[in-house]
Design a protein around this ligand. Structure first.
Ligand code: FEO
Length: 183
């Protein structure tokens, strides 16, 4: 008896997204290595933690496909790309990666909706929310660097920014967590 609860099309698309999340993890790993090599240990630490989060996202896709009777496929990953040219470039790239990933998640949501696969649609809502947080986090990085002076920041303000990002929480505060008493 066929117990698979995913269409072949969705199984393939979700599996592709598992590989995309893994690639994101490699991208953050490579940016973390770049930042560490440049002497920004706090920023590197932040990027390494984020690489781990992306890996967790890949595992979430893997587990969901398996739970629905499908079989995800691990593919060869493309290169994570060139090193950033500067901290501004690095944070802009992080933001762009997140926006691109949001687009991919939206395409999956569209696909699940077209198939009336509400289980997958529901599973994907976690990622819709997560992408809001990740985009907010990336915007925060850009803002913090701007306040520090951007590429013309002094060594002292970069030192302080590096220290802040080294201990910055991995999750952005989101509207979801706000309540009347905790706006
Ligand atoms: Fe898994 Fe940053 O998206």
């Amino acid at each position: 008896m066929d117990t698979k609860r995913l269409s072949a099309k969705l199984e393939k698309a979700l599996s592709a997204q598992m590989n995309v999340e893994d690639l994101q993890s490699h991208v953050y790993l490579s940016y973390g290595i770049w930042a560490s090599d440049e002497g920004y240990e706090g920023i590197a630490n932040f990027l390494f933690r984020h690489a781990q989060e992306e890996r967790d996202h890949a595992i979430k896709f893997m587990q969901y496909i398996l739970n629905r009777g499908g079989k995800p496929k691990v593919e060869a990953l493309p290169s994570p790309g060139k090193d950033p040219k500067s901290l501004t470039d690095c944070f802009n790239l992080v933001f762009q990666h997140e926006v691109d990933n949001t687009q991919k998640i939206y395409e999956l949501v569209d696909m699940a909706m077209a198939e009336k696969d509400w289980a997958t649609w529901n599973f994907l809502q976690w990622f819709v929310q997560e992408q809001i947080e990740e985009e907010t986090l990336a915007m925060d990085l850009i803002d913090k660097l701007k306040i520090a002076g951007g590429d013309r920041a002094t060594d002292e303000s970069l030192f302080n920014l590096d220290k802040t990002l080294g201990v910055m929480p991995d999750e952005a505060e989101s509207a979801r967590d706000a309540t009347g008493t905790n706006p």
